[in-house]
Design a protein around this ligand. Sequence first.
Ligand SMILES: O=C(O)C(=O)C[C@]1(C(=O)O)C=C[C@@H](O)C=C1
Length: 428
Amino acid sequence: MQALSRPFPGSGSYLVRTRPSSNRVGPNRIIVKCAYGFESPAFPLGVGSNRADWQSSCAILASKVTQEQSPTQKHDGSADHVAAVNGHKAAVTELVPIGNLGSSDNNKPLPPKPLTISDLAPAPMHGSQLRVAYQGVPGAYSEAAAGKAYPNCEAIPCDQFEVAFQAVELWISDRAVLPVENSLGGSIHRNYDLLLRHRLHIVGEVQLPVHHCLLALPGVRKEFLTRVISHPQALAQCENTLTKMGLKVAREAVDDTAGAAEFVATNNLRDTAAIASARAAELYGMQVLADGIQDDPSNVTRFVMLAREPIIPRTDRPFKTSIVFAHDKGMSVLFKVLSAFAFRNISLTKIESRPHRNRPIRLVDDANVGTAKHFEYMFYVDFEASMAEVRAQNALAEVQEFTSFLRVLGSYPMDMTPWSPSSCLRED
Ligand SMILES: O=C(O)C(=O)C[C@]1(C(=O)O)C=C[C@@H](O)C=C1
């Protein structure tokens, strides 16, 4: 069976690709419709060639825009401008909504809906469903997070985090939902770096209980396994359990959990298991060998929602603000910065430091003992206050005095989803 797909404007030729035949077309099958008006069903073992074409088109569009825009023009938010660059704004893809996400059974209830779109940011310009870019393939936790953040959205799979950023910048998508930290695995550093490099705004957060399964092809037994593949975060979150299970398997990192399941299925690998969601098992026809293999039952990943425009901060519900800063004068400044929040009773919920890529090392010369080489950092801080509050404005005014660089990444409603142990047991 063949899937016809056509590259996006600017790349010039048609592609004809062969895709594996399969009758496993699940209820959440994705249809990728090209802007030119013909459509091709994306096969259930992943969106395959269509997705790949869409993603490479994103990259093509991104590089075009980078070439043709000056840095100051790049984030002007003008739809017309983007249309002028790629000759084709929005309506690039049409995807079946993820709708009853996490279930092939349409009667199963959706996960709780703590935030609504109207809470967060203006409606999409094109008047249709909100398009939300995420990294991974259908069945990835990020897709579930997109559905939790924006129920009934069109979830748009991207092969890299950076492509999801670009999809929003280029108006292909209205929002991106990207993981920033996990309760077991820690920070997803790549996204911290990308937040700084791109000009998108954090407009919300969503916390998703992550329940991992060990998946293999039907009929495969644990004893046959020599390899387990998954996203590095998922491997880290299950490390102790894998050891306790006595599996003698090599661990191998791939781009996302559901992509790992898709890879095992499409390549018919009988010696390889994937760590992924139960929904990925359904989508790619895999067997669940073990359920709930994360090292802690209350495993949670925090995602941020990104948009081209910030939302207007409010004070009628709990808000969080995320900032990033750098300073010139060594670590003593860090204490002063943090005390600006402490004096105003503003709680910090997260501090992260990343290498200061423009100026990674500071040399301190002492004629007697030589040259000390200090590493320089960018500091990311989340604090529990809205930028609409005077105390937050004053704290930032003070922070600005001590820092050489300060940017507010966003001021947005906190995810206040009620916590219950059962919500951690299963999110599929
Ligand atoms: O691979 C996926 O399914 C993802 O959505 C990515 C990701 C991550 O980057 O942390 C998201 C949630 C889990 O923590 C594991 C992996």
